[in-house]
Design a protein around this ligand. Structure first.
Ligand SMILES: C[S@@+](CC[C@H](N)C(=O)[O-])C[C@H]1O[C@@H](n2cnc3c(N)ncnc32)[C@H](O)[C@@H]1O
Length: 356
């Protein structure tokens, strides 16, 4: 479990697929569209690229199975073309090449079969973890990653080590855990972001841009007070119920953890400063894009299943999925996971960086 590196979203286009259950991510992305366009128009310095560009390369890291990635790529391409038009150099608009990256186990077949046939770019799939190098040096002009860097590269090993003071007994997510557990998750996030940024620093051309968007928490907010964390924390008691019913072994529960970390804008900015290769054009929480907990509970349940279903299946086996998410839905409906009105709003962290 601690060495597990890949936990893609539910593939295909069925009832439980990410394709059918990623509307929330789509809405956030659409809300960020203008910010991304404005930043590209303002910060993309086409004339600084040396040699001049004949192929403009865009990478979406953690693209999943679509359809959100296609909208995002279209948006970026339109903004870049608009920039050429504003500079009155339309005749120099380059060809576009788009790299769709995700874990090797991602359902790339669904992604590629749903790609528009009239797309105006050359498409390529790039399998592998974005915590490693994925592209040749200085080859990318825009990197885009949305709702992906909250996934850590792995569960920190101390969390599932019974002899460690950071053992997270009986929990599947760090948010409500003791400080020692939270600290190792914080350290894992720092180390992962350092790897992510140092790989991208090599791959992005000088003057190239990187835009990141991830679910997070407001600066200074304790993890236990971030409503997003409750969504995952709530799975713990449901798995415990399956342990009590004899469906799941307790050992299995004790060795399971969800490697998702909800960063603050400050933590992300610190990582960029530590790396030193990118200028921060913008990093901020977007509280205006609130997480809507008033959605029908079934939708929240399907959404969570599309995200962590594969992870649960890998660890516990497919046979517990229906039972587990039925319990989870019941808990959501009973309001067993009470969202405390004192809690700070869940936020999405937006970053726009430029390679120095
Ligand atoms: C919630 S989905 C987001 C998909 C898409 N960007 C969107 O906004 O709809 C997160 C994606 O990140 C991918 N992912 C997580 N960690 C990754 C890693 N280390 N390397 C590559 N992809 C990763 C997952 O496999 C998943 O497809």
């Amino acid at each position: 479990m601690t060495e597990l590196q890949a936990y893609p979203m539910n593939g295909g286009d069925g009832h439980h697929s990410y394709t059918k259950n990623s509307n929330y991510q789509k809405n956030v992305m659409v809300s960020a569209k203008e910010l991304i366009t404005e930043n590209i128009l303002e910060k993309l310095d086409i004339k600084s690229f040396n040699p001049p560009i004949s192929t403009f390369r865009i990478a979406d890291l953690g693209c999943s199975v679509g359809p959100n990635t296609f909208l995002a790529v279209q948006n970026i391409m339109e903004a870049v073309k608009f920039k050429y038009q504003k500079l009155e150099i339309e005749s120099e608009i380059p060809e576009f090449q788009v790299f769709f990256n995700d874990h090797v186990a991602n359902d790339f077949n669904t992604l590629f079969t749903s790609m528009a046939s009239n797309r105006e770019y050359y498409a390529a799939g790039v399998p592998g973890s974005f915590y490693n190098r994925l592209f040749p040096a200085s080859s990318l002009h825009v990197v885009y990653s949305v709702f992906s860097i909250q996934w850590l590269s792995k569960v920190p090993k101390h969390v599932v080590d019974k002899s460690s003071s950071a053992w997270s007994k009986g929990r599947v997510h760090y948010s409500s855990a003791p400080d020692a557990v939270i600290k190792v998750f914080e350290a894992q996030f720092r180390s992962d972001m350092d790897s992510f940024l140092s790989a991208r620093a090599k791959e992005v051309v000088q003057g190239g841009l990187m835009t990141l968007l991830a679910p997070g928490r407001p600066n200074g907010t304790a993890h236990s007070l971030s409503p997003l964390n409750l969504v995952f924390d709530g799975l713990g008691p449901c798995i415990m119920e399956l342990v009590n019913k004899g469906v799941v072994e307790e050992e299995k529960l004790e060795s399971f953890n969800i490697p998702i970390y909800h960063m603050s804008a400050e933590e992300l900015a610190e990582a960029v400063e530590r790396n030193g290769c990118f200028s921060i054009e913008q990093i901020e929480a977007m509280p205006n894009i609130a997480v809507n907990f008033n959605l029908p509970k079934e939708k929240i349940c399907l959404h969570v299943r599309a995200i962590v279903g594969v992870l649960v299946k890998q660890h516990f086996g497919e046979e517990i999925l229906d039972q587990l998410f039925e319990l989870y839905l019941n808990k959501l409906e009973e309001h067993a996971f009470k969202f405390n009105p004192q809690m700070e709003k869940a936020v999405n962290i937006f970053a726009f960086l430029k390679r120095k």
